[in-house]
Design a protein around this ligand. Structure first.
Ligand code: AMP
Length: 223
């Protein structure tokens, strides 16, 4: 099984990736995690991408494409995988197509977790987390309210809203996401690879719908 997972922040992409990895024994290829690792190890590439990532900007296409190509051309190239966070732009998708062709690998599906922007804002914008970095437990004003407003249930420290979780920041990230993803999805739609999954449902229902879509494409993986 070879999948690309697409979805805005707050769509539950990470959760679904984890479930799919377990079910089909896949390797997760997360470019964000690869960059964070390079930054932690202090490599040349890590030093180059660090300021971009800190500002929430995308790493230039050639850099990301090189990192992914190196992985697929290496001795431990993944055969069964779920792509999490790559390709993120149309140019990356074109480069990835060429790379997979060279490696004689074909994608089975592009799973598109679709959710309205307002729902994402409601989900992420309602998240408040413990200000004590040793605790860090998160609550949600609607889905998981703390027992005492503004206080952590676990350690009693004040709850704060992360910069990333503020409405203005979320809207900006969603704007970026649509700017890049609409063309990317169109590219994959033309290849008949996209499965649109309603990501407003409970995570179990989302997972069941993904499995149903994948079973139509790869019944052999369900025997
Ligand atoms: P993520 O963990 O996927 O949210 O990625 C964290 C950061 O890494 C992003 O905000 C980007 O700066 C960078 N990044 C990860 N994947 C890509 C990609 N495919 N294209 C460009 N930048 C990326």
């Amino acid at each position: 099984m070879r999948l690309v997972l697409v979805g805005p922040p707050g769509s539950g992409k990470g959760t679904q990736a984890e479930l799919l990895v377990k079910r089909f024994h896949l390797t997760t290829i997360g470019t964000g995690a690869m960059f964070r690792d390079a930054i932690a190890r202090g490599t040349d590439m890590g030093r180059a991408v660090r300021p971009l990532i800190q500002q929430g900007l995308l790493v230039p296409d050639p850099t990301v494409n090189d990192v992914v190509a190196e992985l697929f051309r290496g001795p431990n190239r993944p055969e069964r995988f779920v792509m999490d966070g790559y390709p993120r732009t149309y140019a990356q998708a074109v480069a990835f197509d060429a790379l997979l062709r060279q490696e004689f690998l074909a994608l089975d599906a592009v799973v598109n977790l679709s959710i309205a922007d307002d729902e994402v804002v409601r989900r992420i914008g309602g998240r408040w987390c413990c200000s004590d970095p040793n605790c860090g437990v998160c609550f949600h004003v609607a889905a998981r309210p703390p027992k005492v407003a503004g206080r952590c249930d676990v350690c009693g420290s004040p709850l704060i809203q992360r910069e990333d979780d503020k409405e203005e920041t979320i809207r900006r990230r969603l704007g970026e996401f649509h700017k890049n993803t609409d063309d990317l999805l169109l590219h994959y739609r033309k290849q008949g690879l996209v499965d649109d999954i309603d990501a407003t449902q409970h995570k179990d229902a989302i997972y069941a719908n993904i499995l149903a879509a994948l079973q139509r494409r790869r019944p052999d993986e369900f025997k």
